[in-house]
Design a protein around this ligand. Structure first.
Ligand SMILES: O=P(O)(O)OC[C@H]1O[C@H](O[C@H]2O[C@H](CO)[C@@H](O)[C@H](O)[C@H]2O)[C@H](O)[C@@H](O)[C@@H]1O
Length: 337
């Protein structure tokens, strides 16, 4: 049985897989109650040993979300003669998930790969981090940056079409009016979680992350309850969950999917243009909003980064940031040749 599962797994990894999931996609089921164990921290490398049940589960998940790497040639056939526009998430996609959010550095190889991709395709990074922070990590000029889950967008000067009231070229900040309230709730959160060992707050400008990766598991529930109760009393905010992080954000209808559409427009591509194929790579729940936008277009490449089976509407998958790196290099090479 184990042998058969392993053989199936190898076959799945090695051969091209049909993309029949595109017709039979399951809807995204929304946030689960706990999101503690799905990020493969310390395990997110190619060649990680999977236990037999993992192997079988991952192999059958791969049939629904084929590897964008293994099926590269057939996937990219669709892109011939069309304009591919690249969107990348940061944490868990361009950098591995690490204990300390301040140390989620991107490797020099990954930076070079993104630089190479940006030479051939319009490229944007859409992150939950503050825009300044993600730019500090990425250190590239020729890409667009959208921070705070898309609530803080800045285009590079070469593609800019518009200025905001202060003359900031290409700037778009739909949650600007919330800034004073965000600062207030940030102080309240600090106060609420002060006593919980390991809990930390990250100021992402238009949203706030409450991290619990370093909180002892016995205290997770209490931390979540404290944050939830605070947000429940502030209707101008809502709560989303990421990888061992709670994210407090303004209750506006704006997410990574809206940012993707905004950037497509800024680049001069109509949202419905048939010759434009958005490619989005991301690993977390907030990335599902961007996958949803691509799925609604029925064309493009929504790619989830995961080394374990998970609920997603992405059509394709990559195991971890090292596969993302390999995929990006191949994408640039494909265009070059
Ligand atoms: O949209 P993203 O770029 O993926 O940002 C989402 C959150 O990523 C960061 O937190 C996650 O990565 C950390 C570093 O690996 C890890 O320690 C943490 O547990 C993860 O949740 C970032 O720190 C958050 O502010 C972002 O919202």
């Amino acid at each position: 049985m184990v042998k058969r599962n392993l053989a199936k797994f190898n076959k799945t990894m090695g051969f091209q897989i049909s993309h029949s999931n595109r017709q039979k996609r399951k809807p995204f089921l929304g946030p689960e109650t706990d999101h503690d164990n799905d990020d493969g921290i310390n395990g997110s490398v190619i060649g990680r040993l999977l236990s037999p049940p993992d192997v079988a589960g991952y192999a059958s998940w791969l049939l629904k979300h084929p590897s964008a790497w293994s099926s590269f040639d057939s996937v990219m056939k669709e892109a011939k003669g069309k304009k591919v526009v690249v969107f990348l998430d940061y944490d868990g996609t361009l950098s591995p998930i690490v204990e300390d959010p301040d140390k989620a550095f991107m490797s020099a190889e990954m930076r070079a790969a993104v630089r190479e991709v940006a030479k051939y395709f319009p490229t944007s990074i859409i992150s939950g981090r503050s825009r300044d922070k993600v730019k500090e990590f990425v250190q590239l000029n020729d890409v667009y940056y959208a921070g705070s889950h898309g609530m803080d967008i800045m285009a590079p000067p070469r593609a800019v079409k518009s200025c905001d009231k202060k003359g900031n070229e290409g700037g778009f900040q739909p949650a600007k009016l919330f800034l004073p309230a965000i600062q207030e709730i940030s102080l309240e959160l600090e106060d609420k979680i002060r006593e919980i060992q390991g809990a930390r707050i990250e100021d992402n400008r238009f949203c706030i992350s409450v991290h619990y990766r370093q909180v002892p598991p016995k205290d997770h529930r209490i931390l979540k309850e404290k944050v939830k109760s605070l947000v429940e009393n502030r209707p101008e905010f809502r709560l989303t969950e990421g990888k061992m992080v709670l994210e407090v954000r303004p209750s506006i209808e704006w997410n990574k999917g809206d940012a993707l559409n905004y950037l497509l427009n800024t680049l001069g591509f109509s949202n419905h243009a048939k010759d434009v194929l958005p490619l989005y790579i991301g690993d977390d729940r907030t990335d599902e909003d961007a996958f949803k936008v691509i799925a609604a277009r029925r064309e493009g490449f929504p790619i989830i980064v995961s080394s374990i089976p998970k609920d997603t509407i992405a059509w394709y998958s990559l195991r971890d940031p090292s596969e993302v790196l390999a995929f990006l290099l191949r994408l640039a090479k494909w265009k070059k040749s």
